[in-house]
Design a protein around this ligand. Structure first.
Ligand code: SAM
Length: 247
């Protein structure tokens, strides 16, 4: 999969793209991540990419003419998603990551300063926010999108990303344990040592439901639940009310 990232700060991506799984996948040719410096498309002597806002006010605004040249050069006639990173976009989710991972190529554009000239909006087919807060620039947001999408590209992870992973099937993932078997008085749940795969799967599903109920009831309310899940949830409710009565 190809990612084209337009940014004023291409070297910010060196760390996240130069380590671990993403680097290995790029070295193996599964990912082609290209960076373009928007400043290279400025034409004046000072290579200006921003200017003061009309109407006054704080900060600087990225110039539409420079952005249009940059996007035009990178995208050309290709029909690809051209996505602006912005706190005003639709909020990024695992589902959006999965949709984007179906694409052979996406283009991510990072704003900076006070944002970008509104007339540039026609350059984009989509706008994505990574959450309801404001960053200094779109670079960290683009890194989040690249990371979340790239790991869904077939072959990038050694094993296929499990459906049980948090947010993939609508729930949070069950708890995980590894050696040592006892740590500071905390043992491994005996079920995980039982060797009964079907029982372990049931235990994990119940744990996933219980922690989603506890940490993210909003997700649980929307999750596609089977009849077996509803039975497990009833058990969880019973367990919780027994604990409450005891305490
Ligand atoms: N003045 C803008 C507003 O209030 O909507 C915020 C501009 S922000 C300081 C500068 C740039 O950071 C934005 O153009 C965008 O590219 C990026 N950015 C900031 N917060 C973001 C978020 N939550 N998700 C994605 N990009 C974000």
């Amino acid at each position: 999969m190809r990612f084209d990232i337009l940014t004023l700060f291409p070297t910010m991506f060196d760390g996240p793209l130069g380590e671990s799984i993403i680097k290995r996948a790029a070295d193996d040719g599964l990912l082609d991540i290209r960076r373009y410096n928007i400043r290279d498309y400025a034409t004046d002597r000072h290579k200006s990419v921003d200017d003061a806002p009309y109407g006054g006010g704080a900060g600087m605004v990225m110039k539409v003419d420079v952005l249009a040249r940059a996007v035009g050069d990178v995208v050309g006639d290709a029909v690809v998603p051209v996505i602006l990173m912005t706190p005003q976009g639709r909020v990024f989710t695992q589902q959006i990551a999965a949709e984007l991972a179906q694409q052979p190529r996406i283009v991510l554009v990072c704003g900076h300063y006070e944002g970008i000239d509104e007339r540039a909006m026609s350059l984009f087919s989509d706008q994505i926010s990574i959450g309801d807060y404001v960053l200094t620039g779109g670079e960290l947001a683009a890194m989040v999108v690249v990371d979340a999408v790239a790991r869904l590209v077939p072959g990038v992870l050694a094993e296929a990303s499990p459906q049980e992973e948090s947010h993939s099937g609508g729930l949070l993932e069950y708890p995980q344990y590894t050696r040592p078997p006892a740590w500071q008085g905390q043992a491994i749940p005996p079920m995980l040592l039982s060797g009964h795969h079907a029982e372990i799967a049931r235990w994990r599903r119940k744990q996933a439901l219980a922690r989603t109920r506890e940490h993210r009831p909003d997700l649980l309310a929307r999750a596609p639940l089977s009849a077996a899940d509803r039975k497990l949830l009833a058990e969880i409710e019973r367990d919780a009310s027994t604990t409450e009565t005891e305490t």
